[in-house]
Design a protein. Sequence first.
Length: 198
Amino acid sequence: MKITSSEFVISNQDVKRCPDSKLAEYAFIGRSNVGKSSLINMLTNKKSLAKTSGRPGKTQLINHFLINKSWHLVDLPGYGYARVSKTSKAKFQKFITNYFKQRRQLVCAFVLVDVRHEPQPIDTEFMEWLGENGIPFGIVFTKADKLKPNALERNVELYKKQLLDGVWEEVPPYFVTSSSHGNGKEELLNYIGEINDN
Ligand code: GDP
């Protein structure tokens, strides 16, 4: 699938105010600074559809984008940014869990993880929570260009192994991407395209 049109629709902090639409949606979430905005911009061929932020964790909004006039890409706030206060963390968790639990249009969540790091509890616990709540998800490894091919492969294998040693019986679908080099773009978009066509 190629993205030929992408438009911003609405931002909010309340799942009830998300677009009143039956279109399927695919959500992107991950730790602040993981490369989510860069990935969304790469996927949509836009320089700044999603705002790459110098101040991670600042804007905590559910952002809907209409893609190819046929599905919604949802940019969710980055989690785990130390400088966010406890109160706003709690508020964040609430509106984000509400989104996942209530949004019937959600088809698949993509959890972004920086391929340079080993699995962090904040990410794996979030994946477990998605699993417990029956929300299909895939893993998007980001910043693949920052590692040499051998190290990249080793890290992906380590990540898979740790998931299998944990609660998972099989590794969720995963994609190795680089927003600066374009890696993984086709695979990820084709995956969404295939689910969307069925
Ligand atoms: P977000 O906070 O998750 O939206 O992350 P951003 O997209 O703003 O990216 C955070 C930082 O990582 C920025 O300095 C980006 O330029 C950098 N970055 C994001 N994706 C990549 C990538 O694929 N390769 C490299 N080398 N840097 C990246």
